[in-house]
Structure formats: C-alpha cells, structure tokens
Design a protein around this ligand. Sequence first.
Ligand code: ATP
Ligand code: MG
Length: 139
Amino acid sequence: MATNRTFTMIKPDAVENGHIGGILDKINAAGFRIVAMKMTRLSTQKAGEFYAVHSARPFYGELVEFMSSGHIVAAILEKTNAVEDFRKLIGATNPANAEEGTIRKQYAESIGRNAVHGSDSDENAQIEGDFFFSGLEKF
Ligand code: ATP
Ligand code: MG
C-alpha cells in the first residue's frame, strides 16, 4: 500500500562521525520531504522505551546504551510509499549485507552502530514520530 510518512533517526555513530549532512543529502536526493526535524539526545530510559519491542533480545542493553550515548537527529519524512522506500534507501540492518548506494553501506560501522533508524510500518511511523514531535513541530 502506498504510504506517506516515515520516521528516522540519524544515530549517535553517524552524528559523531560528521555524517549528518551526507545522510540528509541522500534523503533529499531520494525525494523525501522533511516534515519535522531536531537534534536531541535520548536518556537511557527514553531509548529503552523507544526500542521496547526489542526488550527480550540479547542486544537490547547494548542498543539502549548506544542510542543514549550521544546526540541523534530525529526527523519525519514524507514521500509516496515512504516506509518501504526509506527502508530500501537505508539498506540492511547489518551493513555487511547492505546494497551499494544505501545509507548503511556508506555510513554504518557495524550491525549495532548502523547510522540510521527507519520505521518498519505505517503504524510505527506514526507512533515514533509522535514520540519525538508535537503537532506544532510537524510541517
Ligand atoms: P532500526 O529499527 O534501528 O531501523 P532495523 O529495523 O534494521 O533497525 P531491528 O531488528 O529493528 O533492525 O533492530 C533494531 C536495532 O537493534 C538495529 O538497527 C541495530 O542497531 C540493533 N541490532 C539488531 N540486531 C542486532 C545484533 N544482532 N547485535 C547488535 N545490535 C543489533
Ligand atoms: Mg527496526
């Protein structure tokens, strides 16, 4: 089904390594419009809440620690078929498996430090966007 909005974060590794500009360039070039955007930092509690779906997984502690270790850039993006097209643009979770031209192929360091987040469904895109942005911050 065609969808309109997705949610992304540029993760602490990519922010630290100076890749905010490069990643936003790829997002723009792929035809996404930025609906909302901010740089912020997650507390361990907020990172745990955001990734609560993974709380039973062995990597959960590492994931929460990493996602709260530095600044992130959160954004809502708009495009026809946004969720699916953005997942294609970011590439596989493990950068070793990511296709050429994808954001993770270019910028991710490892499966844990993988540069960007992308929502996996319309429903989660809405929930995740609302986690970071009020109605007044969405354009
Ligand atoms: P994201 O939700 O961040 O967009 P994803 O949907 O590609 O990533 P998920 O399965 O939702 O992947 O996992 C969430 C995040 O947890 C991954 O992006 C990665 O940073 C981390 N992660 C997943 N699997 C592992 C693993 N085996 N070891 C370490 N970290 C992992
Ligand atoms: Mg995911």
